[in-house]
Design a protein. Sequence first.
Length: 202
Amino acid sequence: MLLYKMFFYIIGNFYFKTEIRTKNLLQKNNIKILSYDDLLPVFKEVYQFMKDNDLPLPRIKTKRAINEITDAYLAAGGRYFDTAYSYLGGKSEEAIGRCLSARHPRNSFMLASKLAGYDVKSYDDCWAQFNIQLARCGVEYFDFYLLHNVYEKSIKTYLDPRWGILEYFKEQKKLGRIKHLGFSTHGSIGLIEEFLDICGED
């Protein structure tokens, strides 16, 4: 089940249903899907390491085990790590800082994290969340930074001019603290197209 879930991550963290309209949207925005075949060799090796060491995911409780799994993933050729402000109450980002950033060169991995937009109630909330995330993860920039789960019930928050979310993170990208700015979604194709049109090329 772990491998199955991980295969559906794609660059920019978009996930779409397989249909012609979706394929056209992906091509239009130059989004590449990482296929099962692309990821299978990497996750086979990580899975085998976990199996050999009796480390199924629900039982990973020690820092040493997390370090070993991280090292095995990198050794197998993996580079992409995905986390978010809200995952495990912030402990996911803290683990990234301990097991990855503090132990491996920054250019050896790509890191994605996400804004918990549902917690944003002021411009200062964006600033606070983003800087906390950088500190937790022990990095000076994110390779990918995503507005988390833009969908029918959250899009108004992300576009609300009172919070200035898009403007703030576009500025962080200009400052080099974000390499690629995007969003994750469980919304409809129409909503995705609407949001992309509003966001523009930035």
